[in-house]
Design a protein around this ligand. Sequence first.
Ligand SMILES: Cc1cc2nc3c(=O)[nH]c(=O)nc-3n(C[C@H](O)[C@H](O)[C@H](O)COP(=O)(O)OP(=O)(O)OC[C@H]3O[C@@H](n4cnc5c(N)ncnc54)[C@H](O)[C@@H]3O)c2cc1C
Length: 332
Amino acid sequence: MPEYRGVMVHAEVAEGKLAAIATELLGCGRRLADELGEELSAVIAGGGVSGLAREAFAFGADKVYIVDDVLLKDYQTDAHVTVMEKVVRQVMPRILLIGQTSIGRDLAPRLAFRLETTATMDCIELAIDPGSKLLLRTKPVFGGNARAVYTSELNPQIATVRTKAMTPLAPDTSRKGEVVTVEAGLAPSIIRTRILEKVKQEVEGISLEAADVVISGGRGIGSAEGFEQLEELAGLLKGAVGASRPPCDNSWVPDVLQVGLTGKIVAPDLYIAVALSGSSQHMAGCSGCKNIVAINKDPEANIFREARFGVVGDWKKVLPALTAKVRELLAE
Ligand SMILES: Cc1cc2nc3c(=O)[nH]c(=O)nc-3n(C[C@H](O)[C@H](O)[C@H](O)COP(=O)(O)OP(=O)(O)OC[C@H]3O[C@@H](n4cnc5c(N)ncnc54)[C@H](O)[C@@H]3O)c2cc1C
């Protein structure tokens, strides 16, 4: 009987290149594949994607399955789930990694259902259990207040991984691998929905999810004008501005800046939380940040339990002083 072997990454494509999440999954997949002593493969499904295999090799893949078909040009559930099912049944990977993105959230559970296995969503750490070789999947639970580790004996072992939770390898363009072309074989009739139009949301500066530094403001900021001061610091640190829910509800900032359970999930190197209390719903969106710095006038605020560094004080005094110091240090 054929065995499930190897680690496979579903490599998303964005604007004609591998998406950042694909390079992150390849970095993590490489480590898991090496621990298992097995192969790392990537599936690139799309329209006009044949040239992307080289990128996947550079980021760590040993083998790339290319499914190039005009019907796969935009992500469309019926087509992409069908194609992924076909490739996975053919290759039988032990582990399948998918991004916790809007595409991955749609794809992973449907694929798991078709393959009669499980998918653990929104993982932030992955490891191999040395004894059983099962994938240990760590994910935040209870609104980010705790972490749980899941395993499943069903193959393939599917996990979706939060953006920025894993680090890509430094690309090595001299790395080579094997390209396998898979025919999509899609009948247009299986596709039940049509994309009529794509509207791209314009983001000024760096997007929240991509930023290495995020400065988030809460209810205590008090106004849209207050957020201009956060923007000033974000500009100096080449970061992005985020917010808790009240500033979005009060239209001080656009809704798209909300971080949390019902907002964006961010994992920058530095998260400066200004005048927000650190509710569990907010922390659900930023618990993966490497360093949290809190500015709050209430020493009992929950955010201080989550923060690496904290300043107790009125943000209207602390933030201008911090901004001036950053400006001074950058000028040196
Ligand atoms: C189903 C559900 C989903 C939700 N999803 C989200 C979500 O995705 N994201 C989210 O953020 N919230 C979410 N919420 C709301 C969440 O429960 C909290 O109400 C919200 O996060 C609180 O925002 P805050 O910390 O800005 O406000 P508050 O909790 O009111 O805290 C304001 C803080 O500012 C401090 N402060 C006030 N003035 C100053 C000053 N001058 N200087 C310094 N500090 C000052 C105060 O000490 C206080 O700690 C959700 C709630 C529900 C029920």
